[in-house]
Each structure stands twice: as structure tokens, then as C-alpha cells.
Write a protein that binds this ligand. Structure first.
Ligand code: SF4
Length: 177
């Protein structure tokens, strides 16, 4: 689902997931699937042809090298097709509940607005946040900023009047240069 989520809404991904997991219960099920049929099962997802191909290749590697288990380190995860650092950290933090700084577009935007890091490159921002945020809070911090970015600190028209961290935010308090 982390691979399918890029440039797609949570609503569509969650709806597709309901049927998807009834049919595909293990990485082997996906690795063994016919590509055309597999793509057809994902056709509601943006860029479904490419994502389905990457997901199938990813599952083929999981079966071949990891006995069908999803690895628990970023270094191993990023070697899989379709998996960058953001996706790897989503799996580490979201699925395994291990420490992970997840820099998706929401976390990136909020982090810049509250001036914790001004890095444009998400991977560099991740490293800066790893130095700033205590490790035991990495995942919680990421998920809080992600939710804040989706619900309050939106890309267009952030709702600064409802924001609980406005007094910490130069952007929202109007002191941003
Ligand atoms: S004050 Fe506004 S810009 Fe700053 S974090 Fe809150 S919603 Fe975002």
C-alpha cells in the first residue's frame, strides 16, 4: 500500500486495499500473478501500470531473497523495486512501529513552515530531523506532522487560526521572512 500511495489519495488506496488483500494475501501471491491481470486489479490507482509492475518485481525479490518477509531496515528496503526512503520509513514506522522519520510531502511542508529544517531535499531533511528529534519520538513525530499537514497545515490555505502550535510557527504568526 505504501508503494501504491504515491500521488494517490488515502481514500482510493484504502478502498482498493479492501478487495486487494482478499485476493493477494502474501508477497508470493503477487509475485506469481499475471502482470496484466494484476494491473487490472489496480486500475483505480494513479499510475497503476507502473506501480503494479514495481510492486510485482518487489514481491519477486521478497520471495527470492527474504523468504517472503518484508525486511525491517531502511537499507534493505530501499534495495527493493519501487521503494525509496519515504516508503521504507513508512513501513518501518507504520507497519513495524520502529523509529522512523517519514518525510512525505505533508511532513516536508510543515517542517519547513515551523522552521525545523529548510532543506528542499527530503532525504537531507530526514537526516536533519534525525539529529533534532529524539529517536524514541521519530515515528510519533512524523505521524503527528503528517496528520497536522493533512488536516490543518494544508498546502493551500493553512488553517492557522485553528493551529495549536501557531505560537511556535513563524509562518503562521506572520514573522516568516
Ligand atoms: S501556524 Fe499555520 S503555517 Fe504554522 S504550523 Fe500552524 S497551520 Fe501550519
Amino acid at each position: 500500500m505504501a508503494i501504491l500511495a504515491a500521488q494517490e489519495s488515502d481514500k482510493v488506496v484504502n478502498e482498493v486495499a479492501k478487495e486487494f488483500f482478499k485476493k493477494y494475501k502474501t508477497p508470493k501471491d503477487i509475485a506469481d500473478a499475471n502482470l496484466e491481470g494484476f494491473q487490472n486489479d489496480l486500475k483505480r490507482i494513479n499510475f497503476y501500470r507502473r506501480k503494479a509492475k514495481l510492486l510485482k518485481e518487489c514481491c519477486e525479490k521478497l520471495v527470492k531473497f527474504y523468504n517472503g518477509e518484508v525486511p525491517k531496515t531502511v537499507d534493505e528496503l530501499v534495495k527493493l523495486p519501487g521503494v525509496g526512503r519515504k516508503t521504507a520509513n513508512m513501513v518501518i514506522g507504520g507497519a513495524y512501529n520502529l523509529p522512523a522519520i517519514i518525510v512525505d510531502r505533508h511532513v516536508h511542508r510543515v517542517t519547513q513552515r515551523i522552521s525545523l529544517s529548510k532543506q528542499k531535499n527530503p532525504d537531507k531533511m530526514e537526516r536533519e530531523l534525525m539529529d533534532i528529534v529524539p529517536k524514541e519520538f521519530w515515528t510519533k513525530f512524523s505521524l503527528l506532522l503528517l496528520t497536522h499537514g493533512k488536516t490543518i497545515c494544508k498546502a493551500k490555505n493553512p488553517q492557522c487560526d485553528k493551529c495549536v502550535i501557531r505560537d511556535l510557527c513563524a509562518y503562521g504568526s506572520g514573522t516568516n521572512d
